[in-house]
Ligand binder design. Structure first.
Ligand SMILES: [Zn+2]
Ligand SMILES: [Zn+2]
Length: 334
């Protein structure tokens, strides 16, 4: 099979012919129809994540079909349409797993990091890492929903926000353009915050009720004028951007960080104490959360904006993503 892999940390991708993997017991083989390129794939490309064995095939936004089933797999059959996201499997035995909190498994595997991911024609994955893809949902649309989608959908639905509450989505990019659609569909009064005024029209098209140009207006003040945010979903990986909205929280408001900045975020504790607020973090979800995301996206016709590339074009595709030029998610079609 063809695979695009990183030979060693910091090296360029190489597109090579390798053995098609066989599924071990408890695993399935997935024929990959589409795989999104996520900013977190830079961990593999640059060697920034501990314990990666090289060469490694990245890719944790995988949509495809079950192609072969290993021993002891009863939940999936050949031909099933499936997706694999960041959460690539769990141990079933640690304390978190015993409590059913698979996302927090102490031994959790990350797709494309612990084992080869979806920048290839085929990959294998543990059966518990699979999400069913709805029949009507195109693989190219499904792929980014398995990381960018589940991260924003799951973060929002795990807040205390209720219909009518003021929910701001900071950043109108890969995550944010999905977050706005989910916030709207969930019944929130939805605010899009962006430093790019050219995103205003799109933000309204995606369902935002308000747009704040954070390059000119004070984002916190704008949120306070709207009554104070119950939730700010921070998708832009920028510490100053996150810091700029904390004073815009209403009572019990939360900034939920899903886009992780490279630098530390500094917060004035008095701002939080005054509104009983907080700055929280959230990471993706388990396979069932991914499936919920796919099903809800299908139900409400929420799709990502994508640019597609063939596997051989992986260099150009990755550059589009890493240089932040893509509108908005880059998807490989192996
Ligand atoms: Zn990702
Ligand atoms: Zn576990």
């Amino acid at each position: 099979m063809r695979a695009a892999r990183v030979p060693e940390p910091g090296a360029d991708f190489e597109v090579v012919d390798v053995e098609t993997p066989e599924p071990a017991a408890g695993e399935v083989r997935v024929a990959v129809d589409a795989c999104g390129i996520c900013h977190s794939d830079a961990f593999v490309k640059e060697g920034a994540y501990p314990g990666i064995d090289y060469p490694r095939v990245p890719g944790h936004e995988v949509a495809g079909r079950v192609d072969a089933v290993g021993d002891d797999v009863t939940a999936w059959s050949e031909g099933d349409r499936v997706g694999v996201g960041w959460h690539g499997g769990h141990c079933f035995e640690c304390d978190a797993c015993r409590r059913g909190d698979f996302q927090q498994c102490e031994d959790a595997q990350i797709t494309g990091i612990a084992y080869d991911g979806g920048y290839a024609e085929y990959m294998t994955a543990p059966a518990e890492a699979l999400a069913a893809v709805p029949a009507d949902l195109d693989a190219v649309d499904a792929a980014p929903l398995l990381c960018a989608g589940v991260t924003t959908f799951n973060a929002l639905r795990n807040t205390d926000a209720r219909p009518g509450d003021l929910v701001a989505v900071q950043g109108v990019g890969g995550l944010g353009h999905l977050g706005i659609q989910y916030a709207r569909a969930a019944g929130f009064e939805t605010v899009a915050l962006s430093r790019s005024p050219d995103k205003e029209e799109l933000a309204y098209e995606l369902g935002a009720d308000h747009f704040v140009n954070a390059a000119e207006a004070d984002a916190a003040e704008a949120l306070r004028e709207l009554g104070g945010a119950d939730v700010v979903l921070a998708t832009a990986p920028s510490a100053p951007a996150i810091e700029s909205v904390v004073d815009g929280l209403g009572t019990d408001g939360r900034v939920v960080v899903v886009g992780v900045p490279g630098e530390e975020v500094s917060v004035n504790a008095q701002s939080l104490v005054g509104v009983r607020g907080g700055v929280d973090g959230w990471a993706s979800g388990n396979a069932r959360d991914s499936q919920d995301t796919l099903e809800f996206s299908d139900l409400r016709e929420i799709t990502p904006e994508v640019e597609t590339f063939a596997l051989d074009e992986v260099h150009a595709a990755y550059d589009r993503m890493i240089e932040n030029e893509a509108r908005f998610r880059v998807v490989l079609e192996p």
